[in-house]
Design a protein around this ligand. Structure first.
Ligand code: CP3
Length: 355
């Protein structure tokens, strides 16, 4: 029984479930203290530390779901694309993939053994959560992963990514297929290890317009969602371009993750023209760097707009920023729980116990 999983399936819930993307991370002093002692990948490779930070986020925030501590880029290693997290510039890929020849050196059928530490982190975190809240597994989507593999790191314009896509569709599709095959294996293994929900992060797909999304990305997404089926609910999240959302929805997913650049209710109505769908979102993460009053007022406004409609999971529109204050994040979660009951009187008041 889980309010979060019920909401993913569009079933009625007694309050609005909430979790926060990147709820374990640098905004927490305890996380920063661990990172003084261990490198980021060392942390990702330690199931005990991964569980510690994931469970701490749940306990501190009283959120309704945990997310396994890892990163979308860990799948690059079994794909044969070496990378590291640099101290200041984020991820660096040693030899970016830019040509058809480069695509040939990307591994076709990944060895899951190289990612066994992620599955171990899932098992350890599940054990430590002891059934309190469900555990979300995750991966990056092929476009977002391809953008790192091709650019060699973070990017603004996606110049190299789009150049390969536009100039050599064969090489592009071959790369997207290799990444998709890896993700199908990896995500199914996360479910086998105990993940009760998955989120696929297509964080940078908003760089594309709808026609290019449909041509170069959607078929790959459809294949991934088809291969995962209905084993667990899957959240399909992207940012940056609300015009893509109807096409993302058609690609698949039980829940569509909305960022803060769209109106949640208006977008939900639009997406439901194709039938019922759950949505997640979508408070602007920068509200956590503003005043507490502005933050809580906006959260409450969003809940009033949603008015207890089935299938809403509250979240930010994108990950919590390192400058956010843990007390504000906790106040946000408490307000969502409380206001979701108050603004929707039809619901029985069964709030989660305060930790
Ligand atoms: O509780 C959680 O959600 C934490 C698990 C998590 C991390 N990364 C840990 C992390 C998740 C779900 C991610 C996803 C992720 N990683 C995405 C998609 C989400 C999004 O924000 O769009 C992306 C694009 C990445 C790639 C990535 N990882 C970058 C670009 C960076 C460096 C810059 C940055 O944002 O920190 C990372 C590093 C990273 N991943 C950190 C954490 C906590 C910070 C590393 C540190 O401790 O120094």
């Amino acid at each position: 029984m889980s309010v979060f999983l019920d909401a993913c399936r569009g079933e009625p819930t007694s309050f609005t479930p909430v979790w926060i993307m990147r709820q374990a991370g640098r905004y927490q002093p305890e996380y920063r203290a661990i990172r003084e002692k261990v490198g980021f990948m060392e942390l990702c490779r330690s199931p005990a530390l991964c569980s510690e930070v994931a469970v701490r986020a749940v306990e501190q925030l009283n959120v309704d779901a945990a997310i396994v501590f890892s990163d979308i880029l860990v799948v690059l290693e079994p794909l044969g694309v070496g990378f590291e997290f640099t101290k200041d510039d984020g991820p660096r890929i040693a030899q970016p993939v830019r040509t058809a020849k480069d695509v040939d050196r990307v591994v076709s059928e990944i060895e899951l053994g190289a990612l066994s530490y992620v599955m171990d982190a899932i098992r350890t975190t599940k054990k430590d959560l002891a059934g309190r809240v469900p555990l979300i597994g995750f991966a990056g989507a092929p476009f977002t992963l391809a953008s790192y593999i091709i650019e060699g790191g973070s990017s603004r314009e996606y110049h190299n990514t789009k150049s390969l896509m536009f100039s050599d569709a064969g090489a592009w599709n071959a790369l997207m297929r290799k990444i998709s095959d890896a993700l199908i294996r990896y995500l199914n293994a996360q479910i086998d290890a105990g993940a009760e929900c998955l989120q696929i992060f297509d964080s940078w797909v908003g760089a594309l317009g709808p026609s290019d999304y449909v041509r170069y990305v959607q078929p790959h997404m459809q294949r991934i969602f088809g291969a995962l089926g209905d084993r667990v609910p899957v959240i399909h999240f992207g940012t940056g371009n609300p015009a893509l959302l109807p096409y993302m929805r058609r690609a698949g997913g039980h829940v569509i993750g909305l960022d803060h650049r769209c109106d949640l209710v208006e977008t939900w109505n639009l997406l439901e023209k194709d039938g019922p769908i759950a949505v997640q979102g979508n408070l602007d993460p920068v509200l956590l760097l503003s005043s507490r009053k502005a933050l809580l007022d906006r959260a409450e406004q969003l809940l009033e707009d949603v008015a207890g409609r089935r299938g809403h999971i509250f979240n930010l529109g994108h990950g919590v920023l390192p400058a956010a204050k843990p007390d504000d994040v906790r106040a946000l979660v408490d307000r969502v729980h409380e206001a979701s009951v108050r603004t929707s009187p039809a619901r029985p008041s069964l709030l989660p116990t305060k930790a």
